[in-house]
Structure formats: structure tokens, C-alpha cells
Ligand binder design. Structure first.
Ligand SMILES: Cc1ncc(COP(=O)(O)O)c(C=O)c1O
Length: 434
């Protein structure tokens, strides 16, 4: 156990957060007068050793998307024009009405003070209304909704709220990397859940649950594969989670970006799911506004209170003008989302046609902003992505970034302009690996 020093009077963040995440023990420092010799460290200092970086940081693999951004930056600096089908960051502009609302709110003096940590009451009310409209389920805006800084904040703080060090978290074998990182940060143990060939549903029959297993992350529509699910599958998940006393963390970041008439269900539509579920929503994709950092969590109020306790200690509320823009965005739903989906659909179709012509194997995605395709040469996806970037200036994400199972796959994001997608399509048709 590490010891750390804190002033006698202190901002409670130090003392609540540090022991939480580090299993360390605070030692209070007498404030004034701090006489020579008052502080007995009893530790030899090795000047060659330098300051310590935690094992936790060393255990976290380099965030694969930062690596991607770095690569792009270098190529841009060297003067290359890159077609970016890498990160899943919407290129579309939010609706002009929402931008106007942001501008107006920024002018107001109160906007620049601390917002309520768990969300503006007006936004929480609007979220509950939207949720009922969308899924036919009632939420109590004050008890069942928590506004977060993007869905990533809620997803990443959950293990701190629900896990003791050494306890296990079930994570899909292909997944948004934040689930695994958040588990490691909280001192938990990630356990991969295999996904069925073809439809990419979690293969619950193969999961080995122990007494230490606590959480199950899940994400449909699914990043990176674009797979979607049905309420029947969600019923199986709820039954499995109830039998094994697991908390379900259902990531719905892409719930509104769906195609060909498919409408994503909520796991909370399964009777009695709510009492062991948290669901995470995002404005980033639904309203093309990833820079706003606006999301929300809903679900069982006891679980939500635990998550809110952690969030209150670690971070604060989302910038007030952004929350008001969130109210407006939900009010305007579904028109701006439908427009964005139409655009992604056109891009999806031209990319799929080109990849199929070039021999790549893929399922037509019914959701998300990605096309997930297996390369025809049986080569490692990292090499294919490298070659696509170097020879054709197309940035993609190698499937292995989402898990070993993706090692022959490449994820193509649909977040580039029509013109760029058209150009990428022509280049992809010509691309041959070795
Ligand atoms: C599956 C998934 N969940 C959550 C997020 C986080 O979204 P945000 O924090 O912008 O709401 C992303 C972002 O790419 C994602 O792909």
C-alpha cells in the first residue's frame, strides 16, 4: 500500500478519490507551522529512480485511438491529404437551431457558473419525455436519470461504483476499449465473452461466471461490427444476469443510428430488467455533437445513486449552454437524426459496394457509423491498415484494436464527406495487398 500526504484541511476530492482508486492511505499533514522535522517520512530517497508512475498506467495499453490520431497528425504535417475513415467522430454539423441556442446561452452570465452536477432539471425532464416517446417506458427524471459528460464518463466510472479490486467484469471480445480500461483502473479483472460468428451476439452459453463476477458490459448497435439485436436476445441477457446477480451496463451510444427500418430496442423493455440495469446514451452520434460531451445514464435508481456518488467526487456538471442545447436537441428529435442517418446510409452503401467488389467479406450493418470488413488476403489487419494509409492515404482502424477476434478485419468509419468517400471507394477497388 502506498502512503500519500495531504494538508490537514483539504478539498474532499483528494481523500475520497485517491483511496478509492489506488488502495492507498492518506496521511494528514499538519498545516502551519510546519516545523523542520515535523514530517517523518521514514523513506530513503533514491535519486536515480525518479518519480513513480503507477502500475495501473503501465497496465493500460496505449489507447489505440490516440495512436491513430498521432499517425494522422504526422502525415498531415508532411503535407499529405488523408481520407479519414478512422475514428468514429461525426463530421456532420449539428442542426443550426442548436448552434443558435448555444450562442444565446453563452451570453448569459449564469451560464458560466457551476451547473448542477447531475444535470439541469429541465434536461432530465426532457430526457424522461424522450425516453417514454422512444421506448414507451416511464422514468422519474429526478431519480432515474443522470446527465454525464458524454456516455464515456458514465461507462468509465461504473466499475469504480460497483467493483471491489480483484472482482470480474464481462466484456464482449470485440468492444469499445474503454470498458476494459475502466475495469483495470478500478482494479478489476476483465473477462472476455465470446461473440457468435455471423450475428455477433454474446455467446452466453460459453461464459464462465464465478463468485467474483459482478458486471456485464454490452453494446448494441455494436461498435465495431455494426451488429444489432432483438428484444428476445435482451430477454436472454436479463435472465442470465438475474441468475448470476450481475449488473448490466448497456451502452446505447448508437441507438438512434440505424438503417433499413431497424429500430433498436432498449433492454429495459424486458420486464424486470430495470432493477439490475444501467443504460448509457450519447448525444455525440444522435445529434452529431461529440464535442459537446453530453450523454446520460438511466436505470435502477439505487445503482444510479452509486454512480452519481462517484461522479460527484471526481467531476462536475456539463457546461450549462450545452445542457440547454441538449434540451433543444431532444425537442427537435427525430428530424436532425433522420437527416444524419440518410447521409450515413448513402455512404454505407457506396463503401459496401466497393469493398464487396474488391473481395472483402462483410455483413451489411443495420446500425452504427461503421463498416466492419474481413480482408480477402487473410493478412493481419494492422498491416492492411498500414498499407491503406501509406499507399492510398486512407486512414482506417485495424480490427485488432477492438480485440484479438478482429485481427483480420478493418473498421471503416462513415464520418468522411461524400466526396472523400467516393474517392476512397475508387482507391479501395484498386487496392491489392502484396
Ligand atoms: C460504443 C461506444 N460507446 C460510447 C462511446 C462514447 O461516446 P461519448 O462519450 O461521445 O458519448 C463511443 C464513442 O466512440 C462508442 O463507440
Amino acid at each position: 500500500m502506498d502512503l500519500w500526504l495531504a494538508p490537514g484541511f483539504l478539498e474532499n476530492v483528494y481523500e475520497t478519490f485517491l483511496p478509492l482508486t489506488t488502495n492507498s492511505k492518506p496521511l494528514r499533514l499538519a498545516l502551519a507551522p510546519l516545523k523542520k522535522g515535523t514530517l517523518k517520512m521514514g523513506r530513503k530517497v533514491d535519486s536515480n529512480k525518479g518519480l513513480k508512475i503507477s502500475r495501473r498506467v503501465q497496465n493500460l495499453q496505449e489507447y489505440s485511438f490516440s495512436e491513430l490520431r498521432e499517425k494522422k497528425k504526422k502525415l498531415l504535417l508532411s503535407g499529405k491529404r488523408i481520407i479519414d475513415l478512422g475514428a468514429g467522430d461525426p463530421d456532420l454539423t449539428p442542426d443550426p437551431q442548436l448552434l443558435a441556442s448555444l450562442g444565446r446561452e453563452i451570453e448569459r452570465q449564469e451560464s458560466h457558473r457551476h451547473p448542477p452536477y447531475d444535470g439541469l432539471p429541465q434536461l432530465k425532464k426532457k430526457i424522461a419525455d424522450w425516453y417514454e416517446l422512444r421506448f414507451g417506458l416511464k422514468l422519474d427524471p429526478e431519480e432515474d436519470v443522470l446527465v454525464t459528460s458524454g456516455s464515456k464518463e458514465g461507462l468509465s466510472l461504473s466499475p469504480l461504483a460497483f467493483l471491489e479490486p480483484g472482482e470480474e467484469v464481462l466484456i464482449p471480445e470485440l468492444a469499445y476499449p474503454v470498458y476494459e480500461a475502466a475495469t483495470i483502473i478500478a482494479g478489476g479483472v476483465p473477462l472476455k465473452v465470446s461473440m457468435r460468428e455471423g450475428d455477433y451476439l454474446l455467446d452466453l452459453s460459453k461464459v464462465k461466471v464465478s463468485e467474483k463476477t459482478r458486471l456485464l458490459y454490452m453494446n448494441y448497435p455494436h461498435n465495431p461490427t455494426g451488429a444489432v439485436t432483438s428484444l428476445d436476445f435482451f430477454s436472454e441477457v436479463v435472465e442470465f444476469a438475474r441468475r448470476n446477480q450481475l449488473i448490466i451496463l448497456s451502452d446505447m451510444a448508437y441507438s438512434e443510428i440505424t438503417y433499413d427500418g431497424y429500430v433498436a430496442p432498449s433492454i429495459m423493455q424486458v420486464p424486470e430488467a430495470k432493477e439490475q440495469t444501467l443504460e448509457f446514451f450519447s448525444f455525440s452520434k444522435t445529434f452529431s455533437a461529440s464535442g459537446w460531451r453530453l450523454g446520460f445514464v438511466c436505470g435502477d435508481r439505487r445503482l444510479l445513486r452509486a454512480l452519481k456518488t462517484i461522479k460527484d467526487r471526481i467531476s462536475s456538471g456539463v457546461f450549462t449552454p450545452v445542457q440547454w442545447a441538449g434540451v433543444k436537441a431532444l425537442h427537435s428529435y427525430p428530424a436532425p437524426t433522420k437527416r444524419a442517418v440518410k447521409t450515413y446510409e448513402r455512404r454505407r452503401d457506396s463503401l459496401i459496394a466497393a469493398l464487396t467488389e474488391a473481395g472483402w467479406r462483410l455483413n451489411v450493418p443495420l446500425g452504427t457509423i461503421f463498416v466492419w470488413a474481413k480482408n480477402p488476403w487473410g493478412a493481419a489487419a494492422s498491416e492492411i491498415s498500414e498499407a491503406l494509409l501509406e499507399e492510398f492515404s486512407i486512414l482506417t482502424t485495424p480490427g485488432v484494436n477492438f480485440g484479438e477476434k478482429g485481427k483480420e478485419y478493418v473498421r471503416f468509419s462513415l464520418t468522411a464527406s461524400e466526396e472523400d468517400i467516393r474517392e476512397a471507394v475508387e482507391r479501395i477497388k484498386q487496392f491489392k495487398y502484396r
